[in-house]
Design a protein around this ligand. Structure first.
Ligand code: BT5
Length: 245
């Protein structure tokens, strides 16, 4: 089994700065792994590399804690979290909308950003403590974002964050049972990302790249215009979809 199969306990709180930060501060407490923390109001949500995540009330701000004994698997948890949310959204949204995962850690709906994922890891002896947080626009999309933001409410009456969180955790349990090895994860994730042939640009660089595969390291393999292959690390690059005109 690739990810430890387990149940999750949902802890709902009224307000906090960042659910990731609060959950990380509970690492030494019993029952840390398997806790999911949902804040109904998150006032200082964090994105990657010091960026800000806006969480207007009614949106999802949820973090899940794991303990992983194999540190090389740690980068793969954000893909698992993205897939669980993706599956809930597939059931929730009208059919036929362009819903897709974007490497490494976003969910896009109709070309706009619907959700972002932030994974943070801390070494704990031989094990790795992981907190993976997801922010998802259920009720409202903040204005003026670049890339543009979108919310579930633009297409369907949005569920309450707690309702979404429960469905999400049920999907997470299914996925940890279904995914037996990296090959399973790669196949399911690439399908949800519509990865094959997706064209990307790398921020700060010229030219476009075709997505090839998700790698066991969590990197993305891409091919350039003349077929040259390259591995992208989420630590160093950000990618954008090439908009089809
Ligand atoms: C992310 O970062 O997309 C990861 C966001 C993770 C948020 C969750 S909420 C629960 C948990 N607790 C936390 O403190 N964090 C996690 P990044 O790829 O760096 O994207 C951040 C960028 O997305 C910002 O610079 C804005 O441009 C944009 N953005 C901010 N809020 C947004 C929103 N609600 N919807 C769409 N885009 C947003």
């Amino acid at each position: 089994m690739m990810f430890p199969a387990r149940e999750f306990t949902l802890d709902v709180i009224a307000e906090c700065g960042s659910t990731n930060e609060l959950l990380l501060s509970r690492r030494d407490q019993d029952g840390f792994a398997g806790t999911a923390l949902l804040a109904l109001s998150q006032t200082a949500g964090q994105g990657r590399r010091g960026r800000e995540w806006r969480s207007p009330e009614g949106n999802l701000a949820l973090s899940v804690a794991f303990r992983e004994s194999e540190s090389s698997r740690a980068p793969l948890y954000s893909f698992l979290i993205g897939l669980a949310a993706y599956r809930v959204l597939v059931d929730l949204l009208p059919h036929g909308l362009d819903l897709r995962l974007k490497w490494p850690n976003d969910i896009y709906l109709c070309g706009k950003k619907l959700a972002g994922i932030l994974a943070q890891a801390r070494q704990q002896g031989l094990a790795t403590d992981l907190v993976v947080g997801i922010g998802l626009n259920l009720a409202r999309a903040p204005q003026g974002m670049e890339p543009e933001a979108v919310s579930v409410s633009e297409f369907v009456g949005p569920p309450r964050p707690e309702t979404f969180a429960k469905s999400f955790l049920a999907e997470l349990v299914h996925l940890t049972r279904e995914i037996q090895n990296f090959e399973d994860l790669r196949r399911i994730w690439e399908e949800a990302a519509h990865l094959s042939g997706t064209e990307l640009t790398i921020q700060g660089e010229e030219g476009s790249w075709k997505a090839i595969a998700l790698l066991p390291s969590g990197e993305l393999e891409v091919a350039g215009e003349h077929g040259a292959r390259r591995k992208l690390s989420s630590e160093t690059v950000s990618v954008r979809f090439v908009k089809k005109s």
